[in-house]
Design a binder for this molecule. Structure first.
Ligand code: ATP
Length: 199
C-alpha cells in the first residue's frame, strides 16, 4: 500500500486543481518559504478526517477554503482527494485503488466519499484505522514535533515509535481489558462474600 496521488482544489493556497503524484519510497516536497509545502501536509491530514482547526494551523475549519489571493476571489468550497494504491489489500476494501475525497463548503456543509460513493467520516476512519495512516497515527510529523521527538527522553521516543507503529492502540486496548478484568474480579469477590453470608 502506498499513497499514489493527492489532488487539492480550493484548499488553502491551492485555488486551482493541483495534483501531486507520489511514487513508492520517500517523497520530498521542496519550495521557498510560504509556497505551500505545509499546506500539502495539512491537506493530507484533512482528507483523512482531521477535525481540529488548530492541527490544520487555522482558527476555524473554514480557514482551509481558499480565501482569495493574487487578485483571485475567495472560493466557496475546498476539496481534497487522496488516492491510495491498495493492490496488496492492506485496506479492508475490495478495490486495488482507493480514492478518499473530502469536500467542505463555506456555509459549513461537509462531505466524504470513498471511490465516488458518499459516506460518513466514520467510514473513512474505519477504512484507515488499521493501515497505519489513519487520523490517530502520528505518521505526520510537523516541524515543531520533529524537534520534540529528537529531544525526547528514551521513554518519550519509545512512545512515539509505538504510536507510529500502531502498538499504542493495542497497549490501550490491553490496559482497558485489564481494567475490566480487575472490575470483574472485584464483582466476583463481592458475589463470593454474599454467597458466604447467605449460607
Ligand atoms: P515554510 O517553509 O515557511 O514553512 P510553507 O511552504 O510550508 O512555508 P505554507 O505554510 O504551506 O508554506 O503556506 C503558507 C501560505 O499559504 C501563505 O502564503 C498563506 O497566505 C497561504 N494560505 C494559507 N491558508 C490560505 C487560504 N485559506 N487561502 C489562501 N491562501 C492561504
Amino acid at each position: 500500500m502506498h499513497l499514489k496521488a493527492l489532488t487539492l482544489r480550493g484548499f488553502k493556497s491551492f485555488a486551482s486543481a493541483t495534483t501531486l503524484r507520489f511514487e513508492p519510497g520517500i517523497t520530498c516536497v521542496v519550495g521557498p518559504n510560504g509556497s505551500g509545502k505545509s499546506n500539502v501536509v495539512d491537506a493530507l491530514s484533512w482528507v483523512m478526517g482531521e477535525q481540529g482547526a488548530k492541527s490544520l494551523r487555522g482558527g476555524k475549519m473554514e480557514d482551509v477554503i481558499f480565501a482569495g489571493a493574487g487578485g483571485r476571489p475567495p472560493l466557496g468550497r475546498a476539496e481534497v482527494s487522496l488516492t491510495i494504491d491498495n493492490s496488496d489489500g492492506a485496506l479492508p476494501i475490495d478495490y486495488a485503488e482507493v480514492t478518499i475525497t473530502r469536500t467542505m463548503f463555506r456555509n459549513g456543509g461537509s462531505e466524504y466519499q470513498i471511490n465516488g460513493d458518499t459516506c460518513r467520516l466514520l467510514d473513512v476512519q474505519e477504512l484507515l484505522s488499521d493501515s497505519g495512516i489513519g487520523r490517530e497515527m502520528h505518521v505526520i510529523v510537523g516541524q515543531g514535533r520533529l524537534d520534540s521527538v529528537l529531544h525526547a527522553d528514551p521513554m518519550g521516543r519509545r512512545a512515539f515509535i509505538e504510536e507510529a507503529a500502531g502498538v499504542l492502540k493495542h497497549r490501550k486496548r490491553k490496559e482497558k481489558a485489564l481494567r475490566k478484568l480487575d472490575a470483574m474480579q472485584a464483582n466476583l469477590a463481592r458475589v463470593q462474600d454474599l454467597t458466604t453470608e447467605l449460607r
